[in-house]
Design a protein around this ligand. Structure first.
Ligand code: AMP
Length: 443
C-alpha cells in the first residue's frame, strides 16, 4: 500500500447496530412518566429547602476508589474505568454522592453556610450483570445534606422519601432502617462478626469468602441462600452500638413514629458502600420483583474530611429512577400527552393557512398538531383519532371561500362552524373551556 494511504474496508454484510447490553432507551410514552416523577420529586425537595446541583458524569477514578471503598463490589468489579488521553484514569460515575462531596469541597460551599441541601437527577454506570431492574446505565434521583449532625435530618430524609413514594401511588412501601455505628463502636462489632464468620467459612459463598477478611459487614446482606442460613445466629450490630449511636438511632425511630411512617429495623441492612455510618436505610416495595429496593441511603459523616474537606456531618439518599418509573408507569394506561387540537387541511392554500394557525397556537401553549403532507380527510381524521386529539379543525378550499372552518369534537362527534376571522382566540377559548382532565390512575 502506498505510504500515507489509509486502507478502508468495506463490509458487504449489513450490520445491525443495537443497544449495548445493560443499556436502554427510554421512549416517548415512558418519558412522560419520568417527567411526572421528576416534577413531583423536585416540588417536594424544593419545599424542604433542597437546591439542584448538576455534576459531571466523569471523575478521576481515585475519587470513587477512595470514597466508595476499594473493597466494595462497585470499585472492585463494576466501574467503567478507562485511561484518558493524558494517561490518567477516569471513571463514569457509579453513584453521585462522591461527586457532590467533591463539588462541596472544591467550591468551598460550606464557607457561606455549612448547611447545604442538594438534589440531582442523572445517569449512573455500573457494569453489573444485567437483569430486570438492574441496568448498566441507570438513573438516580439523589438528595444530599451537609452540615447537620442531628438525627432529625435522617428522619426528614426517610419521611420525604416515604411521602414521595406515596404521592406517586407506589403501593407497599416499607423503609428498612439500621444503624451501622460509628468509628468508635463499629470495630467492636466487626471483630465480633469476624470471629463468628471464622467458624462458618466453608458454608459461605465464594464472594463472601473474599468479603470475610476484607469487608465482613458485607457478608450480612448476601442474598445467597446458603449464606443467609449460615448467618442465622450472627451477632447484630444493634447490640454493639455505643451510647451516642444508640440514642441517635432511637431519635430517628421516635421521629418516624411521631410522623406516622411505618418502618422496620433491619439489622442485616449494611448497604454496599464503605462510607456509611450510623443511620442507613433502604426503601423496599412489594411492587418490584427480585430487585425490591427502590431507594437507599444513609449517613456518611467522615467522607467530606476523608476527601480533603473540613470535618462535616452528611447524609443522603438515592432513588432508583428506573425501578420507580417501572412501578409508577403501571398506574396509568397511557402516559403520552394527546394534542388538544389537530389541524386537517385540504389543498395547498388551506394547508399554508393552517400552518400559520399551528405556529400561533403552539406559541400560545396549546398542544397542537397538523398534517403537513397532502393526505385525504379520512386519513387525517384517522391519525387525529390515533393521537387521541380532543378537537380537529377541518379546512379546505370551500371553507376558505366561505371564510369559515369546521371544528369537530372527537369525543362527542359534534361539529361547529366558526369564522376564520379571530380563529386563534376562538380555538384557545374552546381548548380552555374543555380542558382535558388528566387521565386518572387505574385502580
Ligand atoms: P445504591 O446507589 O447502590 O445505594 O442504590 C440506590 C438505588 O439505586 C437502589 O435502591 C436501586 O433502586 C437503584 N439501583 C442501584 N443499582 C442499580 C442498577 N444497576 N440498575 C437499576 N437501578 C439500580
Amino acid at each position: 500500500m502506498p505510504k500515507g494511504k489509509i486502507e478502508i474496508k468495506i463490509f458487504e454484510r449489513t450490520v445491525m447496530i443495537q443497544l449495548i447490553r445493560g443499556f436502554k432507551d427510554i421512549l416517548p410514552g415512558e418519558t412522560e412518566c419520568w417527567q411526572h416523577i421528576e416534577k413531583q420529586a423536585i416540588a417536594l425537595f424544593e419545599a424542604f429547602g433542597f437546591k439542584e446541583i448538576r455534576i459531571p458524569v466523569l471523575e478521576r477514578t481515585e475519587l470513587f476508589a477512595r470514597s466508595i471503598g476499594e473493597n466494595t463490589d462497585i470499585v472492585e468489579k463494576e466501574m467503567y474505568t478507562f485511561a484518558d488521553r493524558d494517561g490518567g484514569l477516569i471513571t463514569l460515575r457509579p453513584e453521585a454522592t462522591a461527586t457532590i462531596v467533591r463539588a462541596y469541597i472544591q467550591h468551598k460551599l460550606y464557607a457561606a453556610d455549612p448547611v447545604q441541601k442538594f438534589f440531582t437527577i442523572g445517569p449512573m454506570f455500573r457494569r453489573e450483570r444485567p437483569q430486570k431492574g438492574r441496568y448498566r446505565q441507570f438513573y438516580q434521583i439523589n438528595a444530599e445534606v451537609f452540615g447537620i449532625a442531628s438525627a432529625l435530618i435522617d428522619a426528614e430524609l426517610i419521611f420525604m422519601l416515604d411521602a414521595l413514594l406515596k404521592r406517586l401511588d407506589v403501593a407497599d412501601v416499607l423503609p428498612h432502617i439500621n444503624s451501622l455505628g460509628c468509628p468508635a463502636c463499629r470495630p467492636i462489632f466487626r471483630n465480633a462478626l469476624s470471629a463468628f464468620l471464622d467458624g462458618l467459612a466453608p458454608r459461605l459463598c465464594e464472594d463472601c469468602q473474599r468479603r470475610r477478611d476484607r469487608n465482613p459487614l458485607r457478608v450480612l446482606d448476601c442474598k445467597a441462600t446458603g449464606c443467609r442460613e449460615a448467618l442465622a445466629g450472627a451477632p447484630a450490630i444493634g447490640d454493639h452500638l455505643c451510647a451516642d449511636c444508640r440514642s441517635d438511632f432511637d431519635l430517628v425511630q421516635r421521629c418516624l413514629g411521631d410522623l406516622g411512617v411505618d418502618f422496620v429495623v433491619d439489622s442485616r441492612l449494611v448497604r454496599g458502600l464503605d462510607y456509611y455510618v450510623r443511620t442507613t436505610f433502604e426503601i423496599q416495595t412489594g411492587a418490584l420483583g427480585a430487585q425490591s429496593a427502590v431507594a437507599g441511603g444513609g449517613r456518611y459523616d467522615g467522607l467530606v474530611q476523608a476527601l480533603g474537606g473540613p470535618a462535616m456531618p452528611a447524609t443522603g439518599f438515592a432513588i432508583g429512577f428506573d425501578r420507580l418509573a417501572e412501578i409508577v408507569g403501571k398506574n396509568r394506561a397511557h402516559w403520552a400527552l394527546a394534542p388538544e387540537l389537530y389541524l386537517a387541511a385540504m389543498g395547498d392554500a388551506a394547508r399554508s393557512l393552517a400552518f400559520q394557525w399551528h405556529c400561533a397556537l403552539g406559541l400560545a401553549g396549546m398542544r397542537v398538531d397538523m398534517d403537513m403532507d397532502s393526505h385525504s380527510l379520512k386519513a387525517m381524521l384517522k391519525r387525529a383519532d390515533r393521537l387521541q386529539a380532543r378537537h380537529v379543525v377541518i379546512i379546505g378550499d370551500n371553507e376558505m371561500a366561505a371564510g369559515k372552518a369546521l371544528v369537530r369534537d372527537m369525543r362527542t362527534k359534534n361539529q361547529e362552524t366558526i369564522p376564520i376571522e379571530g380563529i386563534i382566540d376562538r380555538l384557545l377559548a374552546i381548548a380552555r373551556s374543555q380542558l382535558q382532565p388528566q387521565p386518572q390512575p387505574q385502580p
